[in-house]
Design a protein around this ligand. Sequence first.
Ligand code: GLC
Ligand code: MG
Length: 248
Amino acid sequence: MKQFLFVTDLDNTLVGDDEALAVLNQKLSKHRQAYGTKIVYATGRSRALYQELQKEKQLIEPDALVAAVGTEIYYPDTENPNSEWEETLCQGWHRETVFAIAAQFSALVPQPASEQSLFKISFFIEKEAAFEILPKLEKLFQEKGLRVQMIYSSERDLDLLPERANKGFAMQFLRSKWGISSTHTVVCGDSGNDIALFSVGDERGIIVGNAQPELLHWHNANPAPHRYLAKAHFAAGILEGLKYFGFL
Ligand code: GLC
Ligand code: MG
């Protein structure tokens, strides 16, 4: 047993089964105490919505919070997102123009103001409409020379982000800060915005059994020996995967 870096999505990955969450929390806390294992939450939520979830559920204090789909990184007890990370996101990001182009499509319904930020523009769009509109939107961005990352999750959420902003790059930023190798890192997720965690490198990956179609589809098209599809759902799926890889 030794130190590892544990990175997990929250909604429908870590959170969803309170009993399994309590078991996992206990094991991770012990591991952190004994070996200095690092715990990171990588969520699509803004920090404000994360804090709401924190009040509702028993979440242990992470060593870092990756919020707003990888566009913000917070260390414990700091009010502002990490500025070094934000500086890398500015390059080539034209928020106003990106928003104006997307706003032309009436099927794209803006998410609440709390979920819009400097480096994240988010909409709701249903599956059928997304199928038709996302390729058009991508083409428009290309024609204007705008480098925009389009991430569609849970057949509902569309995030428009700078090129270098996603959960995967944010995870690797922390991993290199802490000097932990990819083989001692495990990432867990259930939906489209987690694909970046699984695709950025060869970190160990756990897809929970209740994963969304877009993630399963991607996984089936890109199978890899360092990625495990659990049978169990939510935190029970994470426990299953951690045992499979020998982390716990
Ligand atoms: C969370 C965020 C939302 C985002 C979604 C997918 O639900 O609150 O803004 O679109 O994750 O990344
Ligand atoms: Mg999720």
